[in-house]
Design a protein around this ligand. Sequence first.
Ligand SMILES: Cc1ncc(COP(=O)(O)O)c(C=O)c1O
Length: 453
Amino acid sequence: MADSWSSSVDAHLDWTPGSGRNGLAKAVRAAIRDGRWRPGSVVPSTRALAHDLGLARGTVTRVYSDLVAEGYLLTSQGAPTRVATAGVEPLSMPRTVSAEEPRPRWTFMPGRPDPSLFPRDAWVAATRRVLQHTPNETFDYGEPRGSSVLRATLAAYLGRGRGVLADPARIVICAGYSHALSVLGRALRELGITETAFEDPSVRAFRDLAEASGQRVVGVPVDGGGLRVDQLSSPAVVVTAAHQAPLGVTMAPARRTALARTGAVIVEDDYDGEFRYDRHQVGAVQALAPERVVYAGSVSKTLSPSLRLGWLVLPRFLVDPVVAALTTSGAQPPALAQLTLAHLISSGGYDRHVRRCRIEYRSRRDALVAALPRHLNPQGISAGLHLVLPLDTAAESRVPATARRHALAVATVGAQRMRPSEGAGGLIVGYGAPAKHAFAGALDALLGMLREL
Ligand SMILES: Cc1ncc(COP(=O)(O)O)c(C=O)c1O
């Protein structure tokens, strides 16, 4: 019995005080049979359990010995005592997540950066620095609109890097763009705006979020110059002007100007604006009409979507309604992560990381374009983490089954259209998604799939 082991896991037991050794053994058996103490899990040390239950340690040790003999518990030299993994059939197991389909081996899913590029060392160093210097108030409830340090840092960064006219008082920090969009949908609804136009095609999940926040969603077509502004009649519109998601086109200058003049509330989703390869940076539409445009960004492409950190730069009239909707949304990214990001940006570490990623993604884009058969004519290659291969709708419809045969995760344009039967098809290749070491394998799988299509 490894009762010298100082494991102090907490464990709930239905145990009746005064029921002695037999009562304790019965309670542990019941916990194992019910599946509350799960097969393989560490049980409390004899010392901890005796202390918690007010029993002599020897009593607990004898009960554990009996249960080892009965096959309920397992011990081995120098290791904590565990619940046996075989032999005891639990009466019922707590509900577990239902079995999911196995993940394909390779991925070119759009909307994901390479998780292996996350700057672990820089993030640890920035976190340590923040922990050493931040005042105790950081560990209280945070400001509803987000850390004032991060908002001031972002105002400077977005002005310098993306040409955004940003005042820290007009910035709110959200749990990623998804959270920002649903907060915004509710704030617009409070102001009487209940219809939001989206580009067609656009990311379906975001249209669903807008709908769930009380907006009626309508589609506006996209052509080679971006959103067909002449067909826009809604009081609010969401655009991906720098690199249309998913088609990859950049909004033409005349369209940008026309859009800024429409009078609609424009939500500019600048989701991959940091990644531009061939042309000059395309500045934010926000600078053309800061009192009509909501500029939205996040670290989901530059660092990791797991951080759930994003921001909105708001027109003055939307600040109070958005802060109210944000407060009642009940969600906020952790203050420590906000301060760590602020430190990473102000110390220059964020820019260095984005530059490194840009080089990596550009070389992937080049390798991908060079490997593709010429006639496939890739689109949207000058920016972002994905490109599009135009396909006729018959070929597009064969993509899911063919991709499965090649163990590849990819997406199609049709799946993001509001009216899938209308408009050209295409394959969206998210070349940012594979980890660096898996890129060559994913590319082989893609080429194999394309040959079969
Ligand atoms: C078009 C677009 N906008 C924004 C985002 C970022 O969303 P979030 O910040 O919620 O991760 C994504 C991520 O996939 C995206 O594809």
